[in-house]
Design a protein around this ligand. Structure first.
Ligand SMILES: O=C1O[C@H](COP(=O)(O)O)[C@@H](O)[C@H](O)[C@H]1O
Length: 245
């Protein structure tokens, strides 16, 4: 695998958020069906952008074609709130997708949000290591088939927020983050965990993403998303408003 970053990744510009969700649903299904040597391992993104994608994947057409029984669903980040909290990425995903599909419960891996956040991060890393089958990441053997990412106005992606110590993490796969410009303590995949992937896909819709996208695409080091790399392919799925075309 050659490896890509946010500057070299392919840009696919579509009409709007609906077109992005439809495109991603088809593409993800193709990737899942094509993966026959082992489980299809995905890190889901949170926030509002992927909600429509999850609804489409949960609709009858996709829900019956997608190989859910050999898919492992992880989360790229989570707010450290109870699963019943409306701010929970897991709750959004459960409502839009998980409650509509037939997936073995053991294949769904919500980030733990009880007790001490650092201990919860360690538990989640152990869960990833169990599916990966090793305690250290090995180049050429990606942890994830697909990592889905969004982009916040402040350049954060997953819960890698500006100015936070997690941006320096090079050993742990999962860590805590306490943003100084957003609510909630977070758990997040780290840069090395995201790097261990076949595909990283950013989904961005709306003019509100335009400025942050331009900075990240130019490689502005102050934007946490600028430091995302993958040992595989990186794709930007943008609507016209976000791409400013
Ligand atoms: O806090 C978060 O924000 C980003 C971006 O969310 P969006 O609603 O602007 O698309 C998201 O990717 C991340 O998972 C979420 O926890």
């Amino acid at each position: 695998m050659s490896g890509h970053d946010v500057k070299t990744g392919e840009m696919i510009v579509l009409a709007d958020g609906e077109a992005i969700a439809q495109y991603m649903a088809r593409w993800l299904t193709e990737q899942a069906l094509a993966k026959t040597d082992g489980p299809f391992v995905v890190a889901l993104s949170g926030g509002s952008t992927p909600k429509r994608l999850y609804e489409i994947l949960g609709s009858a057409d996709f829900a019956t074609r997608f190989p859910w029984d050999r898919t492992q669903l992880f989360f790229g980040d989570e707010r450290f709130v109870p699963a019943t909290d409306p701010a929970s990425n897991y709750t959004m995903t459960r409502t839009a997708l998980l409650s509509h599909i037939s997936i073995p419960p053991a294949n769904v891996h919500p980030m733990p949000t009880e007790g001490d956040p650092a201990a919860a991060a360690a538990r989640y890393q152990a869960e990833l290591q169990a599916v990966y089958g090793a305690d250290t990441l090995q180049p050429g053997r990606p942890l994830f088939d697909v990592v889905m990412l969004g982009l916040g106005d402040n350049g954060h992606t997953a819960s890698l927020f500006p100015r936070q110590p997690v941006l320096q993490e090079r050993r742990l796969w999962v860590s805590t983050c306490v943003p100084d410009d957003a609510p909630h303590t977070r758990l997040t995949l780290t840069y090395p965990a995201i790097h261990s992937s076949r595909h990283v896909v950013f989904m961005l819709a709306g003019a509100g993403k335009r400025e942050a996208f331009a900075k990240v695409r130019a490689g502005d080091p102050a934007e946490p998303a600028s430091h995302i790399t993958t040992e595989g392919e990186l794709v930007w799925l943008l609507d016209k408003a976000a791409a400013a075309v």
